[in-house]
Structures are given as C-alpha cells and as structure tokens.
Design a protein around this ligand. Structure first.
Ligand code: NAD
Length: 330
C-alpha cells in the first residue's frame, strides 16, 4: 500500500451519505485545520463498503433513513448530523448505546421558507391555482363558476404543533386576515399561548372547527398518524389539510380516500411517508391536491446556512466538545 493512501485512510472523515448540495466547501473549510476531510458517498454505493477502513468520525445525512450497519461499522464514529430539523430517520436509542452524538440543525432560519411554502400550498389549493393554470393553457375559460370555491373570510386556522415553523405560519395566516387560530400542542405553555393569542385545544376539536389544518409537529411515536381516518372524518367538508412536516403524521390512505370521495376540499402536501411516493400512491391522483417534493425548507440562503452550521458542529466534535444541537443527550 502506498504511504499517501495510508494517510488518506487515517484522516478523520465526515461522510455525507446523501449528497445533494452543489459542493461541501463550507464543511471542508471548517474542518481543514484538524486535517480532516468531507467525503460524499454516492447514493448508489453501499455506504459501509464505500467507507471501508476509513476513519469516519461523522456521518451527515438529509432525509435518508440511516442504515443499521452504519451504527456498528465505524469504531470512531462520534456524530450523526442531520441537515435539518427532524431526526425521525435516525435510531436515537441505538446511537446512544454506541455513544454516538445525534445532532440536528433546528435553527438554520428555514422557518420563513417552510411557512411560505405551507401558505403557498394552502392558497394554491384554496384558489384552485394549479388546475386553473392547466385548464387555461388547454383553452378552457370560465372555470371559476364550474369549480366552486368556499369563501374563507374569518376562516379558522388549526395548527398541530406550535414551534418555530408553526408560529411563522400563524403570522402569515394572520396577515391574510384569519384571526382565529387553534393550536393543539401538549407542550404549549400559557405564556406562549397568550403572547401569540391562540386558543389551545385537543386535536379532535381542532379537526372539527378548522377551515385549514396545518401540521407542524415532529414525527414521533406519539404523533405518527395523528391525523388518522377518524380525525380526517371529523374535518369540515370545505377544509384543507396542509402537511409540510412529515408524511407519517397522516394516514395517507385515509387522506387519499377523503380527497377522492370529496369528504374534504383539498390538500397541500410537501412530505410523504415514503419519499418519493410510490408511483401508485393514491395521493398522486387525488383531486384538488397540490404536491411538492419535500422542498419546503429550500432556498439558496437556507442551504448556505445549513452547511455553515454543519461545518461548525463538525469542528466542535473534532475539538472534543459535544455538538451544540445535541439531540440524544446523556
Ligand atoms: P419545533 O421543534 O420548533 O416545533 C415542534 C413543535 O411540535 C413543538 O412546539 C412541540 O411542542 C410540538 N409537539 C411535539 N409533540 C407534539 C404532539 N404530540 N402533538 C402536537 N405537537 C407536538 O420544530 P419546527 O422547526 O417548527 O419544525 C417542525 C417540523 O417540521 C420538524 O420536526 C420537521 O419534521 C418539519 N420540517 C419540514 C421541512 C420541510 O422542508 N418540509 C423543513 C423543516 C422542518
């Protein structure tokens, strides 16, 4: 074996398991002084074999679920860093058992992007923008009279989860003139509730009384299918569901059934239980439903900030500190 190859193998490396950004210069710059490197692994490769014998100290990932072999295969693995907020693709217990820090980047400023996206989906569905655009291009006119749109003056907004993104969504709906905001969040404290002038309620009441329901809770065992068939059945016939949080919060089959059966008015969906959704997913053909590709977070500014913060976390761990946004604290 050549000497320089041995040096390469010894070099601490941060493996990017789901490369997708234009480059990793910001992360590389942050860890250069430790003699460490960033190593993107193409999604077609088996990560464990591709990184065989490498001195992997960190794994960086976006939405892809972490393969169980990853936790076991790298004795020096110290950090799994999620580019983003939700850590539902990581096995927290397993990482903790192995003494691996799990960190996320909750505050990269994407609440503006995600909340713009939630409201954009809502407005597109509410005003039937996508189907009108399509039909006008096909030479149709006067569609407005044919496809009814309920008036939404003084509409009630229901937010499930009231963290960073939901608060930003709340501001936007208020600017649209929707003054009544219902919140279902078991961790909502009275001070926050009063400050934001929202009404706390349980999820059933929220489903019954809201004209638009927007999901902003993390995906956990408590929140999986929080919008199940029964709760979807409680929604108003004119209601719209927006999901920019996680697909697993909704029973997708029940939602597709409600949309196909005209039980609710429509849905705007950025996230799916399986991403990308299966080609035969009934949501792909659901009427008055606007879909996007888990891009709510995206803007050039948010990518830049994500990568800058990821670099800072890598450097902290190389310096021997726990990450700043350490999720599985022990
Ligand atoms: P956050 O941690 O600030 O807020 C989450 C809120 O959910 C908290 O207020 C918490 O109390 C609440 N919550 C927890 N358990 C709950 C339960 N059982 N029922 C109701 N509420 C509950 O997180 P955030 O930054 O607002 O992000 C929310 C979610 O948005 C993330 O977990 C992630 O899944 C998703 N997200 C999606 C995108 C995208 O591109 N579409 C981007 C960023 C985040």
């Amino acid at each position: 074996m050549r000497a320089e190859t041995v040096t390469d193998l010894d070099m601490p490396c941060a493996a990017v398991l789901e490369p997708g950004y234009a480059d990793y210069a910001l992360e590389q710059e942050a860890i250069q002084r430790f003699g460490a490197c960033v190593l993107p692994v193409s999604p077609e490769q088996d990560a464990v074999s591709a990184l065989n014998e490498r001195n992997v100290f960190a794994v960086l990932v976006r939405e892809r679920p972490i393969d169980s072999a990853i936790y076991e295969s790298f004795p020096k693995l110290k950090l799994i860093l999620r580019y983003g907020v939700g850590v539902d693709n990581v096995d927290l217990n397993r990482a903790t058992e192995r003494g691996i820090y799990i960190a996320n980047i909750p505050d990269y400023g994407a609440e503006n992007e995600v909340s713009d996206h939630a409201v954009a989906l809502y407005l597109a569905v509410s005003r039937r923008i996508v189907s009108r655009d399509r039909e006008v291009r096909q030479g149709e006119w006067g569609i407005g009279q044919r496809d009814p749109i309920p008036g939404r003056r003084n509409a009630t907004v229901g937010l499930i989860g009231f963290g960073r993104i939901a608060r930003s969504v709340c501001q936007r709906f208020r600017a649209l003139g929707y003054s009544r905001v219902l919140v279902s969040d078991p961790y909502l404290d009275e001070e926050t509730r009063t400050y934001w002038d929202v009404e706390a309620c349980d999820a059933d009441t929220l489903c019954r009384e809201s004209d638009v329901i927007s999901l902003h809770a993390p995906l956990t065992t408590d929140t999986r299918n929080i919008l199940d068939a029964r709760r979807i059945g409680l929604m108003k016939k004119t209601a719209i569901l927006v999901n920019v949080s996680r697909g697993g919060l909704v029973d997708e089959d029940a939602l597709a059934k409600a949309l196909h059966g005209g039980r609710i008015f429509g849905a705007g969906i950025d996230v799916f239980d399986q991403e990308p959704p299966a080609t035969d997913s009934p949501l792909l053909k659901a009427p008055n439903t606007v879909l996007s590709d888990h891009c709510g977070w995206y803007s050039e500014a948010s990518v830049n900030e994500l990568q800058r913060r990821a670099g800072a976390e890598l450097a902290r761990v190389l310096e021997g500190h726990p990450p700043q946004n350490w999720v599985n604290r022990w």
